[in-house]
Design a protein around this ligand. Structure first.
Ligand code: LLP
Length: 420
């Protein structure tokens, strides 16, 4: 039963002889060897997710959203599988290229790109700038002109659909800072296509993240296709339709999760007759359940109200529960016949440093390990040094072997170049 549930998170996650394994690696041994907190990513899981996208969308460019997990080893897997990258900063472009993604498969979104970042992206000759305001297009036109280049752009349109997800990760509604209102976009395209150093090549939209109900995708794509047809009639040729990321993953045991194939069934029929390449920007659905966070129990404390299990990972390591109230399933690495009910909390000096509230887990003692699931996306990348805590190490597991892809930081690393 326990293994059946785990398999719904990842087919590479299972208890063997009472100990949790990921992609063939014994997590207890791994934690003992490398210490905790430790981010563990399954190469096979990530590859499978990418392949599922490629199968469902054979002609599309899968631009992995590196913001979800920008570890170089993870990017390299995406590159090996033929992915492009969706980026939101100069640094992410730099990382994506270092990880082996060719610049001509990189798209670049973001509402506040600096001149330095725009110049860097122009020098790298990325596939497309997903522009978010008229002022950005003007500046890009100017900067490209200075370099004697033409910048390929899409306008990120805001289709005003409700993605029915957490408000903090909904991006395609009118009141959000992202994109240009779809009703205004036609005029912006007409204007932009006249600029000397701009080549209009695409339409971009991204409505939100962790979508479990796919109907908003259908709504958004319909609106985008209407715009595409209008632009075509005006003689503006669109080569790429980029519909962003957003497919949800399993966090709670009861979550029923759509697959890339389900997404294709909604999106592809609406794109019939559209002569443009589709671009997708999945992040969470590629890396999310391809990763977990291993943490060690430091102390137990029975208070009148409840039992607290204090672990060595806090919201500096995994911010999602504190920031969005997100649920992450937590399992003890060793199976025991007895279970306990407890709050699993981190060492940060804030009441909100709760990783799991009122959970039932197998009995644990001091120095035992817990695995926090679904932590491969928006986990390490959102971690911080709060409370002067070095960030966790990251390791990739694959077919029973592991490789450290980022070593654990130490105090001097945090103090780098700092002076009194
Ligand atoms: N494309 C764009 C333009 C985006 O803004 C995002 C995510 C993606 C693609 C990838 O979306 P995904 O496939 O991962 O849903 N920190 C939050 C999630 C923020 C998502 C930001 N944008 C969390 O932990 O839930």
């Amino acid at each position: 039963m326990r293994n059946e549930l785990l398999k719904e998170y990842s087919p590479y996650l299972e208890f063997k002889n009472g100990t949790l394994h990921f992609d063939g690696v014994n997590l207890k041994k791994l934690a003992e060897e490398l210490g905790t907190p430790l981010y563990v990513y399954s190469a096979n899981h990530i590859r499978d997710q990418i392949r599922a996208y490629k199968e469902a969308f054979p002609d599309a460019l899968i631009a992995y959203a590196v913001k979800a997990n920008f570890n170089l080893g993870v990017i390299k897997i995406a590159a090996e599988e033929g992915c492009g990258a969706d980026t939101v900063s100069g640094g992410e472009i730099y990382r994506a290229i270092k990880g082996g993604i060719p610049a001509n498969k990189i798209v670049y979104a973001g509402v506040g790109k600096t001149d330095e970042e725009l110049n860097y992206a122009l020098e790298q000759d990325i596939l497309m700038f997903n522009t978010e305001s008229e002022m950005e297009i003007e500046v890009l036109n100017e900067l490209a002109g200075k370099k004697g280049k033409k910048a390929r752009i899409a306008v990120r349109v805001n289709p005003d659909v409700d993605p029915k997800t957490h408000p903090k990760i909904a991006t395609g509604m009118k009141k959000s800072k992202f994109g240009i209102d779809i009703n205004k976009a036609f005029e912006v395209y007409k204007w932009a296509s006249q600029l000397p150093n701009i080549e209009v090549v695409g339409i971009h939209c991204h409505i939100g993240s962790q979508l479990l109900d796919l109907s908003p995708f259908g709504e958004a794509v319909e609106k985008v296709v209407n715009l595409y047809n209008k632009l075509r009639a005006e003689g503006i040729e669109i080569k790429y339709i980029d519909i962003g990321g957003g497919l949800g993953i399993k966090y709670k045991p009861e979550d029923k999760v759509p697959t890339p194939k389900d997404l294709a069934d909604i999106v592809l029929p609406k794109l019939k007759g559209v002569d443009a390449q589709l671009i997708l920007e999945p992040g969470r659905s590629i890396a999310g359940n391809g990763g977990l966070l291993l943490t060690q129990v430091q102390f137990l404390k029975q208070k009148e109200e409840k039992l607290f299990v204090m672990v060595d990972a806090g919201f500096n390591d995994l911010l999602r529960p504190a920031m969005y109230g997100s649920y992450h399933h937590i399992v003890a690495v060793e199976e025991k016949p007895k279970t306990i009910r407890c709050d699993i909390v981190g060492p940060i000096c804030e009441t909100g440093d709760i990783l799991g509230e009122d959970r039932e887990i197998c009995e644990v003692n001091r120095k035992d390990y817990l695995a926090i699931l679904s932590a491969g996306a928006y986990g390490f990348v959102m971690s911080s040094h709060y409370n002067m805590r070095p960030r966790a190490a990251e390791v990739i597991v694959e077919n029973g072997e592991y490789r450290i892809t980022r070593p654990r930081e130490d105090w001097d690393y945090i103090l780098w170049k700092e002076t009194v």
